[in-house]
Design a protein around this ligand. Structure first.
Ligand SMILES: Cc1cc2nc3c(=O)[nH]c(=O)nc-3n(C[C@H](O)[C@H](O)[C@H](O)COP(=O)(O)O)c2cc1C
Length: 209
């Protein structure tokens, strides 16, 4: 596909360049992605698995990140939420193409404390609050008009947008057990480093590209 392949002329990545703590390493690369003005660097693909083993992926936004994990917000009645209720194991993928980097994260997702969801919900723009309170995410709707009517009803009820956080909307925290940092290199001979969590800490391995 496409007329030509892009050469990744990035700096080499060696184990001495890495922070021993994958959270610090991730933060450093996230900062680099922002500094390089990568579009929406906090967007990542979240993959979940349904009860019957069917995998599915969708993009969500990273809203908080620290050593407790990666937090995103969504609808607790969505397809992803139904998957997570039965199978909390997830994979997350950040693709920062302009800087030839990819980060994979694997771990367990759990709902965040309601207080954290409240605080984040209250910090959102009124329009975003109304939209997420009005939308039955992942459900079938008859028409755009039907959706618009749901939003209008919500807006009539809360003209200032100060709708309270619905119980079915909130955050999940992914607690990572694996990170992989991928740096594109010339001639497809890329650098990859995987961090795996063990009882006594994180083990770092270089993987073949
Ligand atoms: C750039 C981008 C960011 C998104 N961020 C979120 C998000 O933070 N939370 C969310 O619920 N959906 C987000 N979405 C929409 C999801 O990709 C998805 O359509 C929705 O969550 C329903 O997924 P589900 O039916 O698998 O549960 C985003 C989509 C894009 C393209």
């Amino acid at each position: 596909m496409g007329p030509q392949r892009i050469e990744y002329e990035s700096q080499p990545l060696d184990v001495v360049d890495l922070d021993l703590d994958p959270f610090a390493q991730f933060q450093r690369w996230l900062d680099d992605a922002f500094a390089a003005e990568v579009p929406e660097p906090e967007a990542f693909v979240l993959s979940t698995v349904a009860n019957d083993g069917t995998p599915s992926s969708r993009t969500v936004l990273l809203k908080q990140f620290d050593t407790d994990g990666l937090v995103f917000y969504t609808n607790y009645r969505s397809r992803k939420a139904a998957d997570l209720a039965a199978e909390p194991r997830v994979a997350a993928l950040f693709l920062w193409l302009p800087i030839h980097r990819q980060v994979r994260v694997e771990g367990l997702a759990e709902k965040v404390d309601p207080e954290l969801s409240d605080a984040y919900f209250e910090s959102r723009h009124p329009e975003a609050r109304l939209a997420s309170a009005a939308s039955p995410q992942s459900q079938v709707v008859g028409s755009r008009a039907e959706l618009d009517e749901m939003l209008s009803r919500m807006t009539r009820e809360y003209p200032d947008g100060d709708v309270p956080r619905p119980d079915h909307w909130g955050g999940y925290r992914i607690r990572p057990s694996l990170f992989e940092f991928w740096q594109g290199r010339r001639a497809r001979f890329h650098d990859r480093f995987r961090y795996r969590k063990f009882e006594n800490g994180w083990q770092i391995d270089r993987l073949a590209p």
